[in-house]
Write a protein of this length. Structure first.
Length: 500
């Protein structure tokens, strides 16, 4: 018994006659490779096939040796299908899908951009904080006449709040500052896909706000219903969207921990946007301006390399992003103190250490004259004082995260500990371009800040940088947040929005 397609039948004198061929060739059959399998059945020949999925790659911030190339190996690879249908494709079929997608994007000189929704492009809640609830009541004419005067500042902050209805429940959505401009400008060089662990009804409502004409997203939305097994494991996978390789795909997401089944070299992490928790953040949030700048840089360099290589499929955005990141903290030697548990012997195995290495820094375990930065959760440790004596930068942990989020080296002065400024008369070796020594007055000046201003200094003081999402402890003032409201937000995100 053979699985395949009957290509040609040998006939005697133009007619089929049993036994005429005397043991010769009766027919030519092209064997079926079962390249596409849905619900256990080959989509081409109809035979029942038991798929053997290719295991996913181990997660890593740095690209793997074959980053950008189609996955190889035996068995079938599962891909994303609307509605969560069980579809697998063979290695050769995946390669063809990847090549076809690459050719289409090359023709338009674009790249693929995967966008998370909640806390990345906006924030959604079903329970408004009391001060904003009073504003909405007054705005609708149900409050006291003088209420708007009392919340005049909140009126300005609430300008970007939209009301939506998801499965019969009213929700409020606050768009991240600059998000509409971000989508408009990035759409010229990127093809967007929404990827959320939220429900499809939620994604549809949000898309109507962000993209009312459908010009940006079209039908490219991956939701909980499309990947039910991934939702149960709290995982996202580029491999599902690009089975032939993600060499032309970048990801913008506020969370790294939901990308566990593949390389994280394509990820541009952003600061979690939490307007309803702290509406000050909604007024001063240049995150997407920095992200757009990085995306445009990577796009330009990708196509420069592609053109120089004559159209080689080996060119990968992961390698472009890796090279760009490595230059940001090149020459810096970083030591952590009070950041990790004492049981952590190697800082390079921690999330913070991995990001510093990805950005080109070296890690140190002892303080010496080569250490340029001491990153601490609080001042006063022995290594902190040693760093002060050798003239290293003494910076808060937020310096690391804002560097990662904004993808550029930020001014250390904005993240120093009060009363523990770096000594002006001490030399710091390393951390500079060209091998020249750095003195206090020669600290590198970061690129101009979008919207003007001198950096995150005041922003940092006002908000104390929400780093808890990345596994660090929240600052003391964050722990004093109203516990009931905090629990409400956590319950909503789990029940409605999911983890993405």
């Amino acid at each position: 018994e053979l699985d395949g397609t009957l290509v040609r039948v040998a006939l005697g004198n133009g007619e089929w006659k049993v036994g005429d061929l005397g043991g010769g060739v009766v027919a030519t059959v092209r064997l079926c490779a079962h390249g596409t399998v849905m619900a256990g059945l080959c989509a081409l020949c109809g035979r029942r096939v038991a798929p053997s999925p290719v295991p996913g790659a181990a997660p890593s911030i740095l690209p793997q040796p074959a980053a950008g190339a189609p996955s190889s190996g035996p068995g079938l690879k599962r891909v994303m299908v609307k509605g969560g249908l069980d579809l697998h494709v063979s290695h050769s079929e995946a390669q063809e899908l990847g090549a076809s997608n690459s050719r289409r994007l090359w023709e338009s000189r674009k790249l693929s951009l995967i966008l998370d929704i909640d806390h990345t492009l906006l924030e959604c809640t079903s329970t408004l904080p009391p001060h904003l609830e009073a504003l909405v009541v007054s705005r609708d004419g149900r409050g006291s006449p003088g209420l708007l005067d009392e919340v005049e500042q909140e009126v300005r902050r609430a300008d970007g709040i939209h009301e939506i209805c998801v499965d019969g429940v009213q929700h409020w959505v606050r768009l991240r500052p600059f998000v509409l401009t971000f989508l408009q400008e990035a759409s010229e060089t990127f093809e967007f896909t929404i990827y959320t662990h939220g429900k499809s009804s939620y994604a549809d409502e949000v898309a109507r706000i962000l993209d009312p004409s459908g010009a940006y997203f079209g039908g490219r939305r991956v939701t909980r219903e499309d990947t039910p097994d991934l939702f149960s494991e709290e995982l996202k996978s580029l491999d599902r969207i690009f089975p032939g390789g993600a060499g032309m795909a970048l990801v913008v997401d506020d969370r790294q921990d939901v990308w566990k089944t593949e390389t994280l070299a394509h990820l541009l992490p952003v600061r979690p946007y939490k307007f309803f928790k702290n509406s000050t953040q909604g007024m001063k949030c240049p995150q997407l301006e920095f992200t757009l700048k990085t995306l445009l840089q990577v796009h330009a360099e990708y196509y420069r390399r592609l053109d120089a290589s004559g159209g080689s499929a080996a060119v990968s955005v992961a390698h472009v992003l890796q090279d760009q990141r490595r230059s940001i903290l090149a020459g810096c030697r970083v030591l952590f103190t009070g950041v990790h548990e004492r049981s952590v012997a190697n800082a390079g195995s921690t999330l913070e250490g991995e990001w510093m290495v990805a950005f080109g820094a070296e890690l140190a375990s002892v303080v010496d004259s080569r250490v340029t930065h001491v990153v601490a959760r609080k001042p006063g440790t022995e290594k902190f004082m040693q760093g002060q004596r050798v003239g290293a930068w003494l910076v808060q942990l937020d310096w690391l995260w804002f560097t990662v989020w904004y993808n550029q080296r930020l001014r250390e002065k904005d993240f120093e500990f009060p009363g523990h400024a770096r000594k002006e008369n001490l030399l710091v070796r390393g951390g500079e371009a060209g091998g020249a020594a750095l003195f206090e007055g020669d600290a590198p000046t970061p690129a101009p800040w979008p919207g003007g201003g001198s950096g995150p200094g005041k922003l940092h003081q006002e908000e104390q940088a929400l780093v808890g999402t990345w596994g660090a402890e929240l600052p003391d003032d964050e722990d004093e947040e109203d516990e009931d409201l905090k629990q409400q937000h956590e319950n909503e995100e789990h029940a409605l929005i999911g983890t993405g």
